[in-house]
Design a protein around this ligand. Structure first.
Ligand SMILES: C[S@@+](CC[C@H](N)C(=O)[O-])C[C@H]1O[C@@H](n2cnc3c(N)ncnc32)[C@H](O)[C@@H]1O
Length: 345
């Protein structure tokens, strides 16, 4: 585990051709909740350098936004990567960015909209979670003008229900075939055996010889069970920040999602790089899955959260190993579990 509190662009701490997988959630370039670090897409330099650090045949998964993924894809391709696929992480709790057009028309016509009630307007999840966090009472309005009434409820943007994750690959080493490349570098294949989607029941099995572990993972990862017999994809909800949690990173990714992505493009003991680690979700996932991790984060506050989460995870893992291997005095009984307080360190 190596984590750095600095700009990742040069990746100078890493040897060329030494990393098996790149998994990262970079700035989307959409100024999310007015965060300065999300103002622009990363410079192409980071992708060129990531390309150099990855082994031949190594895969990458790069989160992106619907509005700007095309620009990011061009940068990735121009840096030498092959675009292999785009995974859709689908969820239901995205917030639409919209306005009531009827009220905008009233304003334009200088007509006062009718006050029909009050509501509490909250921006951001909680204090410190965003520079623009605020709570205020606002009037509920209804359009008054004739044209405003006609467009009452019309909007400007539909509800976001997925985030794209771009699957990329550094080409195999020149003149090597896939088997030769894997033999030499350990990279070039996706890890299906660890990411198959289990059948929900016997009836859900497909084909003449269904694989005992389930279906090959799909390029849609969704959060909504659509009652179609079995889950063909991979269900994981967006993270809701809770008031008491010390992690207030505004774009926190669920560790369960990171598990799936880490397993998909790497194998045990390999190294995963995240040049924009934020609060360290990729690193925490790597610890769970016996992968090495190298992470960068520019902002000290986020870096400290990542460090804390990684430390906590290490302690948890050491503690559960302790539970597994510590034998109870009586030979017949099972390994003893100790309550957290009893394990004094
Ligand atoms: C979208 S967030 C990642 C959030 C992460 N997935 C998580 O679960 O916490 C992107 C992060 O990249 C960081 N960042 C932006 N530019 C950077 C740079 N040049 N070097 C290192 N980190 C950078 C930002 O501070 C931000 O925390």
């Amino acid at each position: 585990m190596k984590i750095y509190n600095k700009n990742s662009y040069t990746l100078e701490d890493i040897d060329d051709n030494s990393i098996e997988a790149l998994i990262t959630d970079p700035p989307y370039g959409i100024s999310y909740q007015n965060h300065y670090w999300d103002k622009d897409l990363p410079k192409k330099e980071i992708w060129e350098n990531s390309f150099k650090k990855l082994k031949h045949g190594g895969f990458g998964l790069v989160f992106s936004s619907v509005r700007l993924m095309h620009r990011l894809m061009v940068d990735l391709e121009d840096s030498g990567f092959i675009i292999k696929d785009v995974l859709f992480w689908s969820y239901l709790n995205g917030m639409p960015k919209s306005r009531n057009v009827g009220l905008l028309i009233d304003k334009e016509l200088n007509v006062e909209s009718e006050k029909v009630g009050e509501y509490k307007y909250v921006q951001g999840y909680k204090e410190n979670g965003s520079d623009s966090y605020k709570v205020e009472k606002k009037h509920k309005l209804s359009p008054s003008s004739k044209l405003g009434k006609k467009y009452d409820g019309a909007g400007l943007g539909i509800k976001p229900a997925y985030e794209p994750i771009i699957l990329i690959q550094k080409p195999l080493e020149n003149k090597l075939n896939i088997a030769q490349n894997i033999t030499k570098h350990g990279t070039g294949a996706l890890n299906f055996e660890d990411t198959r989607i289990p059948y929900a029941d016997e009836d859900g099995k497909v084909g003449h010889n269904p694989h005992p572990k389930g279906r090959i993972p799909a390029n849609i990862i969704r959060t909504e069970n659509q009652n179609d017999g079995y889950d063909k994809f991979f269900l994981v909800p967006k993270v809701r920040q809770s008031k008491d949690d010390f992690n207030f990173h505004p774009t926190l990714k669920p560790v369960s999602l990171m598990h799936h992505l880490i397993k998909l493009i790497s194998f045990e003991k390999q190294t995963v790089l995240d040049p924009f680690m934020g609060s360290g979700s990729t690193g925490v996932g790597c610890l769970d899955l016996n992968r090495k991790f190298i992470g960068y984060e520019l902002e000290e506050t986020y870096f400290n959260i990542a460090k804390q989460r990684i430390e906590n995870k290490k302690n948890d893992l050491e503690y559960s190993l302790f539970k597994t291997y510590r034998k109870a005095p009586n030979k017949q009984s099972q390994p003893t579990a100790y309550a957290a307080g009893e394990f004094g360190r």
